[in-house]
Design a binder for this molecule. Structure first.
Ligand code: S3P
Length: 434
């Protein structure tokens, strides 16, 4: 039985915080060093369930991955041609990133492999990677012919080609760049808007050249990563829950240390500032070349409504549920548009957020690609909420509970383990309850 989380109204929010390692960077640290040559020590690795799925998949394909502690990992890479056919079906759990990036790697192998996932992952769209990988020469089989998990990837000889993408997706871009490491000639991906660039940064850090021009990325297959140590900064998407709580709570103060400050992930800070939050960012200079990180300080200040739309959306796609909570507490109206991708995340996040905010007494209008939220000073508590099996919905509701007139209960909160196992503990250290 998944546990329930009770979130209660608070009277103060203050303190220092370190959030666990970035989920996207943790996944990529295993993907790239598993395909690379030599030893790499990964530190501050995220020990959540999603990244464990990536570790297990590469271990099952014969890669030497050892956990010295839950957050310290040693990978002894034998190069991109060293993977072996897994003996069993690879279990992706809840992790879309593991699945889509792995499909790109598997497309280039001379064996086939089967992938399965939990109920949420098995309902998510895979055609966005299956179609371009099929054009390159891989084939996919299974009950839905590769449209959804479970499926089988039949790797083979790939041809390099140019892929104009319909949606800005770092998962799709990364999957195709990884397939490009095995393709004959050049593989180019062109995005409609920029998505997070962790794959390109880490490839470069490990000596693999990616030619970048505007929103076009080209990789030549004649290369493989040269492994070296990787430090994973804190996850700004995990920090986002605390950033919102501090920004919205009067007289709060919060210092988050060593958190990732990659420009393609920073829009949460930009939007909160536009809403009136007082936020100071201090970049660690030595981090600039690979993945920037530093400290972020927030002081509570009354928030005002805003518009969140356009090219900024991919930069804060995972933060929209908690930004919706900030909007519910802001003075005036907030419009969120161009975010239809939210409907195919770990849950339909538009429906989940709209339903939950309505239950909190907030006036919200659902749009096909977003929502319109009317802010109010305090939220109505006393109710029980669904997590929808989605870690970010569960944590967003936990933050909403701090601003309610009575405690709220969030059911099926175990899903928080996928990205932030220590969330409840960290929250308790920062608050005093009414
Ligand atoms: C991720 C990219 C995003 C994000 C997901 C992690 C990644 O998905 O929502 O949580 O690590 O590449 P899309 O790229 O599909 O938008």
């Amino acid at each position: 039985m998944s546990h329930s989380f009770v979130s209660s109204p608070i009277k103060s929010f203050a303190g220092d915080l370190i959030v666990p390692g970035d989920k996207s960077i943790s996944h990529r640290s295993l993907f790239l060093t598993s395909l690379g040559q030599g030893k790499a020590k990964i530190s501050n690795f995220l020990s959540g369930e999603d990244c464990q799925a990536t570790a297990r998949a590469f271990q099952a394909m014969g890669v030497d991955i050892t956990f010295e502690s839950p957050t310290e990992v040693i990978v002894n890479g034998k190069g991109k041609y060293a993977l072996k056919k897994p003996a069993e079906v690879l279990d992706m759990g809840n992790s879309g990133t593991t699945t889509r990036l792995l499909m790109g790697v598997l497309a280039g192998q001379d064996f086939s492999a089967e992938l399965k996932g939990d109920a949420s992952l098995s309902s998510r769209p895979m055609k966005r990677v299956v179609e371009p990988l099929t054009q390159m020469g891989a084939s996919f089989s299974g009950p839905t012919n590769g449209a959804q998990l479970p499926l089988q990837v039949n790797g083979g000889a790939l041809n390099g080609m140019t892929h104009p993408l319909k949606v800005a997706s770092a998962q799709v871009k990364s999957s195709l760049l990884l397939a490009g490491l095995y393709a004959d000639g050049l593989t180019t991906v062109i995005e409609p808007n920029q998505s997070r660039d962790h794959t390109e940064r880490m490839l470069k850090y490990l000596g693999v050249h990616v030619e970048t021009e505007d929103l076009s990325y080209t990789i030549d297959s004649d290369q493989e990563p040269k492994n070296k140590d990787i430090f994973v900064p804190g996850d700004i998407s995990s920090a986002a829950f605390f950033l919102v709580a501090a920004a919205a709570f009067p007289n709060s103060s919060l210092l988050i240390k060593d958190v990732g400050l990659n420009p393609t992930r920073m829009a949460i800070i930009e939007v909160l500032r536009k809403m009136g939050a007082q936020i100071t960012v201090l970049l660690e200079p030595k981090s600039e070349k690979f993945e920037p990180y530093g400290d972020v300080e927030v002081f509570g200040h009354p928030l005002i409504g805003t518009e969140i739309s356009g090219a900024m959306i991919p930069y804060l796609i995972d933060e929209i549920p908690v930004l919706a909570v900030a909007a519910a507490l802001a003075d005036g109206e907030t419009v969120i548009r161009d975010a239809a991708e939210l409907r195919v995340k770990e849950s339909d996040r538009i429906k989940a957020v709209v339903t939950s905010l309505q239950k909190l007494g907030v006036q919200v209008e659902e749009l096909e690609d977003g929502m319109v939220i009317q802010g109010q000073p305090r939220l109505k508590g006393g109710e029980t909420f669904e997590s929808y099996g989605d870690h970010r919905i569960a944590m967003s509701m936990a933050i909403a509970g701090l601003f309610c007139d009575k405690p709220i209960t969030i059911k099926n909160a175990d899903c928080i383990q996928t990205s932030f196992p220590s969330f409840e503990e960290k929250l308790k250290l920062l608050v005093t309850y009414e």
